[in-house]
Design a binder for this molecule. Structure first.
Ligand SMILES: [Cu+2]
Length: 308
């Protein structure tokens, strides 16, 4: 009887392990399919893909701290279960009167200090990287307004443009051209930057507080009227990366997204030349062409089997 019970418990455990493995595989393959996503995706559980040195550092710091948190939680859980069973009243009728144990008290003071030091070192290193501001190849000034962003390129002749969220009919129109434009994230005029170049973003606001954010870049900076904050990124992959205003700024706070398209040096040179010449039509054509190519690549990635 006991043997049969043990047997069924063992097979239940094996089934649970198999189910867990399947779930983990499904998550891993979804991650493969959605690689290069600069936007949230259905059933996403992790963070958006990291494409800058700062974002990579944020992800590895997050993973490390998460590991420490899980280890401590499991350790405390096991300790509590052990104490509850081992020292229950029926098994331990005369309780111990011990009030002090020097060794244990030193251990539970010193070990947490050491854990905090282990967390502090990479934490300060990451903070330093975020504020390192390596020599810029390009500077952009982003100004938040109720409720859109304006972007200026001071070292490219000073041209500027507003970025407004696309409406459903504009998204539908782009779709007919073969361009992917996610709802509530796509904008009419994307910020264009070259790949593998240091970009400084000077961030300010014209009315109330806003916040310029691109999760895939690890960039998040408050936009404060009358003051200039800064962030920097060096995007390692071409593609389009989305973010949203991240400081409550009024009724359309949810509808002032930021879209940054990372392109090759050649495309950036062509685009900025067209913008400098005030030829907005040509500039738009150049970017639409890139967007169509990017959409094609995404489709190819999504339909390809997750083989490595
Ligand atoms: Cu805002």
């Amino acid at each position: 009887m006991i043997r049969r019970l043990l047997g069924s418990a063992r097979s239940a455990a094996a089934m649970a392990a198999a189910a867990l493995a399947t779930a983990m595989l499904a998550v891993a393959s979804a991650g493969d399919v959605l690689a290069a996503a600069g936007q949230p995706v259905d059933r996403q559980i992790g963070m958006q893909d990291a494409v800058t040195p700062v974002a990579h550092a944020i992800h590895s710091f997050h993973d490390m701290v998460n590991g420490i948190i899980i280890t401590i939680t499991v350790f405390v859980l096991i300790l509590m279960l052990y104490v509850m069973v081992r020292f229950r009243e029926s098994a331990n009728p005369t309780p111990s009167k011990t009030a002090h144990n020097t060794m244990i008290e030193i251990a539970w003071t010193v070990i947490p200090i050491m854990i905090l030091v282990v967390i502090a070192v990479p934490s300060f290193r990451l903070l330093n990287l975020q504020y390192a501001y390596p020599k810029p190849d390009l500077t952009i000034k982003a100004t938040g307004y109720q409720w859109y962003w304006s972007h200026e390129y001071p070292d490219q002749g000073g041209f500027s443009f507003d970025s407004l969220m696309l409406q459903p009919e504009e998204i539908a129109e782009l779709k007919t051209k073969g361009i992917n434009a996610p709802r509530n994230l796509a904008v009419d005029n994307e910020v264009i930057v070259p790949v593998n170049k240091n970009v400084h973003v000077l961030v300010t606001a014209g009315d109330v507080l806003h916040n310029w954010t691109i999760p895939s870049f690890g960039s998040k900076t408050d936009a404060v009227p009358g003051r200039i904050n800064a962030t920097w990124f060096r995007a390692e992959k071409t593609g389009v990366y989305y973010g949203q205003c991240s400081e409550l700024c009024g009724k359309d706070h949810a509808f002032m997204p930021i879209a940054v398209r990372v392109v090759t040096d050649q495309v950036f040179a062509d685009w900025s030349a067209a913008m400098k010449a005030k030829d907005k039509k040509r500039a738009k054509q150049i970017i639409e062409q890139v967007a169509i190519e990017d959409a094609g690549k995404q489709v190819a990635n999504a339909s390809a089997p997750a083989a490595r």
